[in-house]
Design a protein around this ligand. Structure first.
Ligand code: ATP
Ligand code: ZN
Length: 309
């Protein structure tokens, strides 16, 4: 049930779902791609703070990723897409300031994968987290770092930096760093080595922890189904092949995450059939080679654009 108080905090517009996304950065392209694949058409002037979907009651707020959890927790927007690293850090930061930290995780998304790791100068020895005792560590994520080190009984001094964290040791600002890593190339070029991962992150869709107005809820439910459909389609493949009837069991056994296949008779051939199946996982070359060795021919693996039901 919607209370009076909830009515006022959801703003004037009770019909258009409002979502905050990163304006420009590593989450932006994947977020917009998810929107496009889900049939959301937005007027794409990225310099505007607020844009509207042309074909759905959806408004998109483009902001810095660091602001997204707060906008959801303060109920300025209904939804937000943000990395779990920023979400966790902001939650702990707001908690320490006595601010409200409620939100719901709606969906884990299939992009924004990265890890928060400790790195030290290459020439230094590493004997586990205890090597950090009493050290100065440069980071943008002091709360996440503190949570892990405190659990291990290690005290340290956080040097708070919001950018160029990886140059801190060379500049004499810190002994080690705790930063986001994807390939490790940035660390290497700054004379650092990754020694310990403290947090694994991916992008998530979050919502305010409050019942949505019915019209917004309708849009939200529709979009959740479409987002799920886009993500499972991205991982799935449609596989077709001609196969010998007497090896069908063996062939089915090696198809990963496959649903019941359609088996179709081949005109003028009693020994072979056509087999069509949706596989929920990507297929490796090794599997295709095994299929071939079992007598399959004309093996086609096709990406799937959309999936529903
Ligand atoms: P903003 O200007 O919005 O504050 P930013 O510089 O803080 O941007 P980005 O570097 O764009 O942030 O990263 C945004 C988020 O993308 C990170 O918080 C993390 O969740 C995720 N991310 C970071 N590095 C990678 C990566 N190499 N690949 C994929 N996702 C990443
Ligand atoms: Zn940021």
């Amino acid at each position: 049930m919607t209370t009076c108080n909830q009515m006022t905090t959801q703003g004037k517009d009770k019909t258009r779902l409002r979502i905050a996304i990163q304006k420009s950065g590593r989450l932006t392209e994947d977020t917009l791609k998810l929107f496009r694949s889900s049939g959301i058409k937005i007027t794409s002037n990225k310099d505007h703070l607020l844009s509207h979907a042309e074909n759905l009651p959806l408004d998109v707020l483009r902001v810095r990723d660091d602001d997204i959890p707060g906008l959801v927790m303060d109920r300025v927007v209904d939804w937000g897409i943000v990395g779990q690293n920023v979400l966790e850090e902001t939650t702990m930061q707001r908690d320490s300031e006595g601010l409200y930290t409620g939100y719901n995780e709606v969906l884990k998304l299939n992009f924004g994968d990265c890890r928060l790791s400790v790195a030290i100068p290459t020439e230094q020895e590493w004997q586990g987290l205890s090597s950090l005792e009493g050290k100065k560590i440069a980071t943008t994520y002091p709360h996440l770092l503190k949570r892990v080190l405190k659990k291990n009984g290690i005290s340290f001094k956080a040097v708070l930096l919001t950018g160029s964290v990886e140059v801190a040791p060379r500049a004499g600002l810190a002994d080690a760093i705790c930063d986001l890593v994807c390939t490790g190339a940035t660390l290497q070029s700054n004379g650092l080595k990754e020694v310990e991962t403290i947090f694994e992150s991916k992008a998530v869709l979050i919502s305010r922890d409050q019942e949505l107005y019915p019209e917004k809820k309708k849009t939200a439910d529709l979009l959740i189904e479409r987002f799920k459909g886009v993500m499972s389609a991205a991982e799935s493949r449609y596989i077709m092949m001609n196969a010998p009837k007497n090896r069908l069991e063996e062939i089915r056994a090696i198809l990963p995450g496959a649903e019941n296949p359609s088996i179709i008779e081949l005109e003028g051939n009693k020994e072979r059939v056509a087999l069509h199946v949706v596989s929920r996982e990507k297929l490796f070359w090794e599997t295709l080679e095994q299929l071939k060795s079992l007598g399959a021919t004309s093996i086609l693996v096709v990406p799937i654009e959309k999936m529903l039901g």
